[in-house]
Design a protein around this ligand. Structure first.
Ligand code: NAD
Length: 252
């Protein structure tokens, strides 16, 4: 894979899967727009760890539609276009139906859908405007196994990722004539800050044992798949929802 001359915007790239994706894009020659939300220092650390020196850092709250438009337009203007969008940023918070209050329930559904689903949709919209004008592009959305397997204590998270899967399929159909592929990558558990507390808890071993490989994914496991599906070689897989879960949940 050769991403020389390509500009890739990776959301949530200050840590976790996003940082690993940014690193792998840079290794393959892309210039990376490193998006972060609140931790500028961590975004700087990501940039310092990338091969090459033409990467730039951008801040935005992806739950804010105006901020999303400013982000995408700034990347395209300052980096000479936008070839690849990786919708990686997301939040996971728990809101078990039997124990949270109604106000809390509503607040969590609003926040999670605004970030994980509507935020990603707005990024797709804004990026697609540039990609359509340029005659092509690649979008990879980072979803979750939870969309299929269920999220008993985080139903809004599961729903947001199921929505993301469906959105990716619809956009793959409508964007294909413009030379734009849309692929969704659905990891199981991944060793990142988002999952650390649970993976370090007494429940951690049972989670690792969900896979016959007896471990969860590393951020690099997921990043390798994301980067492949952003490549020209993978274009004909547009519309796919790809599992990266170590055979912890099999579906046909
Ligand atoms: P993480 O918490 O380390 O990273 C998530 C990133 O999203 C952070 O950098 C955060 O700043 C950013 N973000 C959150 N809300 C934002 C907002 N409103 N505006 C801008 N940025 C925002 O977690 P991760 O594990 O690296 O997760 C990356 C993606 O992978 C997420 O979409 C997550 O749902 C998905 N995923 C993670 C796991 C897992 O077990 N870690 C499993 C399946 C899917």
């Amino acid at each position: 894979m050769d991403f020389s001359g390509k500009v890739a915007l990776v959301t949530g790239a200050s840590r976790g899967i996003g940082r690993a994706v940014a690193r792998q894009f840079a290794q393959h020659g892309a210039r990376v727009a490193i998006h972060y939300h609140q931790n500028r220092t961590a975004a700087e650390e990501t940039r310092a760890s990338l091969a090459g020196d033409e990467h730039r850092i951008y801040q935005a709250d992806i739950a804010d539609p105006d901020a999303v438009r400013r982000l995408v337009d700034a990347v395209a203007a300052e980096m000479g276009g936008l070839d690849i969008l990786i919708n990686n940023a997301g939040i996971y918070t728990e809101h078990p139906i039997a124990s949270v209050g109604y106000e809390e329930w509503q607040a969590q559904w609003s926040a999670i859908l605004a970030t994980n689903l509507v935020g990603a949709a707005n990024l797709c919209y804004c990026a697609a405007q540039h990609m359509i004008r340029r005659g092509g592009g690649r979008i990879v959305n980072v979803s979750s196994r939870g969309a299929f397997r269920g999220e008993p204590t985080a139903p809004a998270y599961g729903a947001s990722k199921a929505g993301m899967n469906a959105m990716g399929q619809s956009l793959a159909l409508t964007l294909a004539p413009h030379g734009i592929s849309v692929v969704t990558v659905a990891p199981g558990w991944v060793e990142t800050d988002m999952a650390r507390e649970t993976l370090d808890s007494p429940a951690g071993d049972a989670i690792r044992n969900q896979s016959p490989l007896k471990r969860v994914a590393t951020p690099e496991d997921v990043a390798a798949v994301v980067v492949f599906y952003a490549s020209g070689e993978a274009f004909f897989s547009t519309g796919a929802v790809v599992d990266v879960n170590g055979a912890s949940y099999l579906r046909t």
